[in-house]
Design a protein around this ligand. Structure first.
Ligand code: F6R
Length: 234
């Protein structure tokens, strides 16, 4: 893992942009994307640049079950607001939150991933060490699956909804096994509340108890963190 410590998320966005730009220059055709607050500064840098990525594809990590593209808290809506409406890819894929047939949807999405192998995957990090919606205990060889969200993730996401009851209880997520197939990974994490997860990811044992520790098994990972997120590293 290459670890880059920056002052804040704004600086991290510049680093993230550089990683995206280099991947594109090296011929990357497919980018894996995350939602959430973390990658926004990177997406802002990318969408306000003059980079031409109109020929490449994006594949998102996850989506809430039950929320469609018109729901303001769906990840599909988020991606349009923060990325695709500003500067689109040739093709963009997300799990379909409105497909209630979990088996069919997870199979369909695994085929999307198989048909579009990810060159650079951009990840955030949950406070409990999750990546995508792969919560602690998820096997490292998992493929796309329906996830029952943990109480801590529901509580963390409640800030985006009027109240906690409205937060969906399930999501579709790319599995850890699929993420580990990304040719290169950029993981960003900002803020003190991520410091424990960052320490476990970088220094801790490789264990399903901390899903991001699986990235120690990948040979091309760049971690961009701010000083607060790095504060517990030895
Ligand atoms: C979102 C995703 C999640 C987030 C993580 C951190 O697509 O995959 O793993 O990256 O929950 O969320 P933020 O960035 O909001 O702290």
């Amino acid at each position: 893992m290459k670890v880059i410590v920056v002052k804040n998320a704004a600086e991290g966005g510049k680093q993230g942009f550089q990683v995206f730009k280099d991947a594109l220059a090296n011929g990357a055709k497919v980018f894996g994307l995350a939602t959430g607050s973390t990658p926004i500064s990177t997406y802002d840098e990318i969408t306000s640049s003059d980079l031409d990525f109109s020929h490449v594809t994006s594949v998102n990590l996850d989506e809430y079950v039950g929320l469609g593209p018109d729901h303001p808290q769906s990840y599909n809506y988020f991606m349009h607001e923060h990325f695709f409406n500003k500067k689109p890819f040739a093709n963009s894929y997300l799990p379909d939150g409105l497909n209630k047939d979990a088996e069919a949807e997870t199979k369909r999405y695994d085929k999307v991933i198989a048909d579009n192998p990810i060159d650079l995957g951009i990840l955030g990090l949950g406070r409990n060490g999750h990546i995508g919606f792969n919560e602690p205990g998820t096997p490292f060889d998992s493929t796309t699956h329906q996830v029952k969200l943990t109480e801590s993730t529901i509580a963390a996401n409640a800030r985006f909804f009027d109240n906690e009851e409205e937060v969906p209880k399930y999501a579709y997520s790319m599995g850890i096994g699929s993420i580990l197939k990304d040719k290169q990974i950029l993981l960003e994490a900002y803020g003190e509340e991520k410091a424990d997860a960052v320490k476990g990811m970088i220094e801790g044992p490789v264990t399903p108890d901390l899903p991001a520790s699986s990235l120690q098994n990948h040979d091309k990972v760049i971690v961009v963190i701010d000083e607060a997120a790095a504060s517990k590293l030895s």
